[in-house]
Design a protein around this ligand. Structure first.
Ligand code: GAF
Length: 382
């Protein structure tokens, strides 16, 4: 793919590009905790987007989406949201750079890759991070990586209109081969945990569905969490986000909560605690205990946070009786996309076959599966 994208760039623009790769991500545990200033445990994976990019001496962005086979051109003097959905991830980043007073001159771009869209593997964050990384390089802005991550997140808020947390962009930029990143989404301090992959693999089961509720429900969940924080803050001024809350505090004030908001909050507080406990499991090399926490995470997402769907629940349920699966859960924002499964290496073929068959029988849909390898974050392409 890398070669094809570079060749397309040369053919279209008759010059040599800089080539950047930007990965998607998995999240082992810690779902919907990032925008509550809690902990997450993502990792960058070998599903990637490549960017061939170079200045063009004009004041225009000329872009070509390799996957969609579409061209678009924009005047960089008047950057605003576009009706071309894919272009917004590029323009959003340009707008952030301009706001920070960086002079973005015209440039040519061909980008494309193998991150399935809408599968919960953060293709949008990968585009934003790759764009930010590439522009920082060709125009020598000298912006540090964490600032690029924040710009990429803002691009998602303002140009894709999803009020995401920082996990996806952070993982795409800061990923490290064979490591998960425990990120504190308040302080943005992080620690790498080595994933000993000798006996198991991360297998993703892609439902191939994305229910239309996804982005509106995401923003509603954020509001529900904020409503919970407002109640707790009245009694406990030190509670500024659900990161600061405890299950005891919630129980103490339960009568003031709308029951739905209460369940949302108990999920987030429990999940946040689970990330810390799961990291201790990793440090102790206790993958069995880690896997159990993945199932507990799914229960919470299904029943209390209510961001799962029948397809995801079915796939997780299928694994429960299997000795070969250590843990499984829905991953990402929810309402479709992938489940993440920890599967014993020697049982992967049988696992994939069983899952495909069961899913086809139940939903009439061909399941897609991917074995995720953990790779480095955004970089120059080799
Ligand atoms: C999406 C968002 F983009 C992330 O910020 C995160 O909130 C995730 O859903 C849920 O954990 O991927």
């Amino acid at each position: 793919m890398l070669n094809e994208i570079t060749a397309k760039f040369r053919e279209l623009y008759k010059q040599e590009p800089v080539v950047v790769r930007s990965p998607g991500r998995v999240n082992l545990i810690g779902e919907h905790t990032d925008y509550n200033e809690g902990f997450v445990l993502p990792a960058a994976i070998n599903k990637e987007i490549f960017f061939a990019i170079a200045p063009n001496g004009t004041n225009s962005l000329r872009a070509y989406s390799y996957n969609l086979e579409e061209h678009a051109e924009f005047d960089l003097g008047h950057v605003q949201r576009s009706e071309i959905a894919w272009a917004n991830y590029l323009l959003g980043v340009v707008a952030q750079l301009q706001r920070a007073k960086h002079h973005v001159e015209g440039f040519d771009l061909v980008f494309g890759g193998n991150i399935p869209i809408g599968a919960g593997l953060s293709s949008s964050a990968a585009v934003e991070c790759g764009m930010a990384f590439g522009l920082n390089e060709i125009f020598r802005f000298g912006i540090e990586k964490l600032t690029l991550v924040k710009m990429a997140q803002k691009a998602e808020h303002e140009y894709a209109l999803v009020m995401c947390g920082i996990m996806d962009q952070f993982a795409s930029m800061f990923g490290k081969q064979d490591h998960a990143i425990k990120l504190d989404c308040r302080s943005l301090e992080y620690e790498y945990y080595h994933l000993a992959m000798a006996h198991y693999r991360i297998v993703l089961c892609d439902t191939q569905v994305k229910h239309s509720l996804a982005s509106s429900a995401y923003n509603t969940r954020r509001q529900e969490c904020e409503a919970g924080v407002a109640i707790l803050h009245r009694h406990h001024p030190e509670v500024l986000s659900l990161r600061d809350a405890t299950l005891d505090m919630l129980a103490q004030h339960q009568q003031e909560f709308d029951p739905v908001v209460y369940r949302r909050c108990t999920y987030v507080v429990s999940e946040n605690n689970r990330v810390e406990a799961a990291c201790a499991d990793l440090a102790n090399d206790d993958m069995k205990a880690f896997g159990q926490k993945m199932y507990a995470s799914h229960e919470g997402l299904q029943h209390d946070y209510e961001v799962s769907c029948p397809e995801l629940d079915f796939l997780v349920d299928q694994t429960r009786e299997s000795d070969a699966v250590l843990g499984a859960r829905m991953m990402g924002g929810g309402f479709g996309g992938c489940t993440i499964n920890l599967v014993q290496v020697d049982a992967i073929d049988a696992f994939v076959q069983q899952m495909e068959q069961a899913y086809r029988q139940r939903f009439g849909i061909t399941l897609k599966t991917y074995i995720a390898e953990i790779v480095d974050g955004s970089s120059f392409a080799a």
